[in-house]
Design a protein around this ligand. Structure first.
Ligand SMILES: Nc1ncnc2c1ncn2[C@@H]1O[C@H](COP(=O)(O)OP(=O)(O)OP(=O)(O)O)[C@@H](O)[C@H]1O
Ligand code: SF4
Ligand SMILES: [Mg+2]
Length: 375
């Protein structure tokens, strides 16, 4: 399994913009974590229904790491990511838990403090640049808008915008400044969105499916770019994706979500190749491995539960081959079952503690190919 930290992106010439030593950084949270999400609950509440999109989500992101949030469509990944900066629709309510950014609880911040956090500390990039970029203003104006939030004087903005476009690997950056979004290719738009997000020199980048809408070649380039930017700028990345191959290539640690809850979290290798939660093991087994000729693809049967109903017991129980009576009655807690490896399951698989023959946990290490499928 080759991690992609190398590459030839034009972006990488810049020296680190800020020294970010977790140990010496008084503002950082405990244990060098830039972000700690603890028992977060976020519901969409209307008169007719309550959708428990995020029902119990806990994870921590260390300074400088790329952290993955993965799971099937509708499991609450985007809602969890948006809750971090409280970028939610009117119906969205954080009803429990905390989001500690460098030790301060975002849930308790004033609206003004949260806006400052979005403008200066936490950058965001999304799957579809067309929905977050403005079609009627030039690339330059959109970058200047972000630079203005940092208090940069007007006369420095053009040079900085050129620098940012260079950093994200856009050729002829001077010329691109006067372009409108529709004049750029999909990959270029994604790079512009990343440049805008970088304008504030964020410490943490929230990237929600940043490669999903792109073809495989461009996906690879954007993955390389994000990896390089991370190491050059020393920022942390929260990567939301349904693609376990992308997780494998990019992430140091990963949390697997199911029905609004984190069900497994650890370093990427342990989660993908020594899975302890039956759902994670099922996800991995349902993926084609690179050069796989065994024809053993096994999709997980059934569907995730509806989130507008109270769930009794373990939400995965109706699909789980290991379910027993207790699973249908009692929701399992997220517990540390091996060092740094947390799992929410009454009958967790051996994972690192041993192999399960012919069942969950027997994926061949190092053979996931991204872009071939996912959660
Ligand atoms: N504005 C909203 N109002 C009500 N329910 C919503 C709203 N947005 C999302 N949901 C519901 O919340 C749940 C979680 O949605 P979310 O978009 O966070 O999932 P996701 O894991 O990001 O999915 P995908 O992989 O498809 O992007 C889903 O059941 C979804 O239908
Ligand atoms: S708690 Fe039970 S139903 Fe849920 S994943 Fe574990 S074994 Fe399966
Ligand atoms: Mg989403």
């Amino acid at each position: 399994m080759a991690r992609r930290d190398g590459g030839t992106e034009a972006a990488v010439a810049e020296r680190p913009e800020r020294e970010r030593s977790a140990a010496g950084d008084k503002g950082a949270g405990a244990h060098g974590d830039i972000l700690r999400v603890e028992h977060l609950q976020m519901h969409y509440v209307t008169k007719s229904e309550t959708v428990r999109a995020v029902d119990d989500v806990s994870f921590a992101i260390r300074e400088g790491e790329t952290f993955g949030l993965v799971g099937e469509s509708g499991c609450g990944k985007s809602t969890a990511a948006r809750s971090i900066t409280r970028l939610l629709p009117e119906t969205g309510r954080i009803v429990g838990g905390s989001v500690l950014y460098r030790g301060r609880d975002v849930v308790k911040m004033s609206a003004r403090e949260v806006r400052a956090l979005r403008g200066r500390e936490i950058g965001m990039i999304f799957q579809d640049p067309m929905t977050s970029l403005n079609p009627v203003t030039t690339v330059a104006k959109q970058i200047y808008e972000s630079l203005r939030m940092t208090g940069m004087p007007k006369d420095q903005m053009r040079a900085r915008a050129v620098e940012l476009l260079t950093m994200v690997g856009i050729p002829e950056p001077e010329a691109r400044l006067s372009n409108y979004v529709h004049e750029l290719s999909g990959g270029m738009r994604q790079r512009v969105m990343i440049a805008i997000a970088l304008a504030s020199r964020p410490r943490l980048m929230l990237a929600d499916e940043p490669t999903t809408a792109l073809d495989v070649t461009i996906q690879n380039q954007i993955i390389c770019l994000l990896n390089n930017l991370r190491s050059q700028l020393g920022m942390s990345i929260l990567l939301v994706t349904h693609d376990l191959g992308v997780v494998n290539e990019m992430c140091d640690d990963v949390a697997v979500m199911y029905a609004g809850r984190v069900v497994e979290v650890s370093d990427t290798k342990s989660v993908l190749f020594a899975s302890m939660h039956p759902y994670t093991a099922g996800l991995v087994r349902s993926l084609p491995a690179e050069h796989d000729t065994r024809g053993r693809l096994e999709p997980i049967p059934g569907m995730p539960p509806r989130l507008d109903r109270q769930i009794k017991g373990c939400p995965f129980a109706p699909r789980c081959p290991y379910a027993t009576d207790v699973c249908h009655e009692v929701a399992p807690e997220l517990e540390e079952l091996a060092p740094g490896h947390k799992v929410s399951c009454h009958h967790a698989l051996p994972g690192d503690r041993g192999r399960v023959t012919g069942a969950a946990g027997d994926a061949d290490a190092g053979t996931l190919a991204h872009g071939k499928g996912g959660a």
